[in-house]
Write a protein that binds this ligand. Structure first.
Ligand SMILES: Cc1cc2nc3c(=O)[nH]c(=O)nc-3n(C[C@H](O)[C@H](O)[C@H](O)COP(=O)(O)OP(=O)(O)OC[C@H]3O[C@@H](n4cnc5c(N)ncnc54)[C@H](O)[C@@H]3O)c2cc1C
Ligand code: SF4
Length: 357
């Protein structure tokens, strides 16, 4: 293992106290500036000397970006609200439980105490070649090291690859898509409010970006409409180690039933594609059908249609098929409702096997 003996490049630490001040600083320093929230992703980049911004604009002193507020039609979560606060918030737990379940399974308690929702949805891909500073497509180069016959791609994409096969790693995002959340982005010109799934950018659009943010933009809040409050929810995450780990895959669903049949549904998966995936075709196919094993089976098969595995990640196809099935059947079962499941690959066989079969 390489030993790093140099010191981290110096940067100016700027600590604004309002969003307007933060934006002014970001505008002033343009591409030289880096927005820092809880620092859990940012510090990795800086300590590894891969990203070397000249200026860090630290949002931790911007109070207006923190907290969960009730709105006339739901809740608004400030981008700087910590994952722990969201997991423990009574209104989130009561009405939007799928989000509390998802963030509760992010990383470790220490990271959830420090990491923010804005940072969790905006974090970069975890592909080790890219994180290690290799000059791949996403880093502006002309090769993908993961997508070669010997590339390490067990955790990578089965959908949506376009030169880059890295996956989006967030646990909170599928829950936010299931809840039909809106992301509020302040640019130098205006405020934009976009559907959760439209916040993300795939490699076919811009291989060097993971979301719509441009230098100078700030994600200020995430709004959750009350449309899905109290719906039946399901969240499941599969990871290598239960103590803490990024998802190998996760799934979130919100379902409203009418007489045992699926009346309305939103379902999303992550860690299968460079962008989080809302499964619109599945939603359309299961509407009006009973939320039972047959419907789940059909949904699972449909969800994996068109999947293209890499050398070492074909296991993701049956995994996704079964997670989608369980997200439909599980959400409808009263004993599962409001529960989240977490499966560990390898150790916890009783649960782990269920994810594969
Ligand atoms: C060991 C480890 C394990 C982890 N495991 C998981 C896991 O299991 N599941 C999971 O989902 N995540 C996991 N994470 C990711 C972690 O949750 C994120 O790194 C964290 O949520 C980032 O949040 P942050 O507030 O620290 O943001 P930062 O690290 O400060 O920022 C992350 C990125 O978002 C940008 N950004 C942040 N906030 C804003 C904003 N308001 N406006 C504009 N840009 C912004 C920053 O510029 C940066 O590019 C893990 C991280 C570590 C280090
Ligand atoms: S998967 Fe993407 S991030 Fe990883 S090496 Fe290939 S281009 Fe780079």
């Amino acid at each position: 293992m390489a030993v790093i003996r140099d010191v981290m490049p110096a940067f100016d630490l700027l600590q604004p106290e309002s969003t307007a001040e933060a934006q002014k600083l970001l505008e002033q320093h343009g591409a030289d500036a880096w927005v820092m929230a809880g620092g859990m992703d940012s510090f990795d980049w800086l300590k590894d000397r891969i990203k070397k911004p000249k200026v860090l604009v630290d949002l931790s002193g911007v109070e207006e970006l923190k907290g969960v507020r009730a709105t006339s039609d739901g809740v608004e979560i400030g981008a700087m609200t910590t994952l722990t606060e969201i997991a423990e918030h009574p209104a989130i737990r009561k009405d939007y439980g799928v989000l509390a379940q998802a963030v509760e399974l992010v990383a470790s308690p220490q990271i959830r105490n420090q990491g923010t929702l804005g940072g969790n949805v905006s974090q970069d891909v975890r592909c080790w070649y890219y994180r290690g500073g290799w000059p791949c497509y996403r880093a502006g180069g002309d090769i993908c090291y993961a997508d070669t016959p010997v590339g390490r791609n067990r955790e990578h994409a089965i959908f949506g690859a376009d030169r880059c096969v890295a996956v989006h790693p967030s646990d909170s995002v599928p829950a936010l898509i299931a809840l039909d959340a809106k992301f509020v982005v302040r640019t130098s010109k205006d405020e934009q409010v976009v559907d959760a799934e439209d916040y993300f950018v795939g490699p076919e659009t811009d291989i060097t970006r993971i979301n719509m943010l441009r230098p100078g933009d700030v994600l200020t809040a995430i709004r959750i409409p009350n449309t899905w409050a109290g719906a039946r929810f399901y969240f499941e995450k599969v990871r290598d180690r239960n103590v803490w780990d990024f998802p190998l895959m996760n799934v979130a669903s919100a379902i409203k039933l009418s007489g045992g049949n699926i009346d309305r549904i939103r379902i999303a998966v992550n860690a299968v594609s460079p962008r989080p995936m809302r499964l619109k075709a599945v939603e359309d196919a299961v509407r009006g059908k009973p939320a039972n094993a047959d419907t789940g089976e059909m949904a699972g098969k449909l969800a994996v249609t068109g999947a293209v595995p890499l050398q070492f990640n074909a296991y993701k196809i049956p995994l996704m098929r079964n997670l989608v099935k369980r997200a439909i059947v599980g959400a409808a079962q009263p004993e599962m409702n409001g529960m989240s499941a977490v499966n560990q690959v390898g150790g916890n066989r009783a649960v782990g096997e269920a994810a594969w079969s």
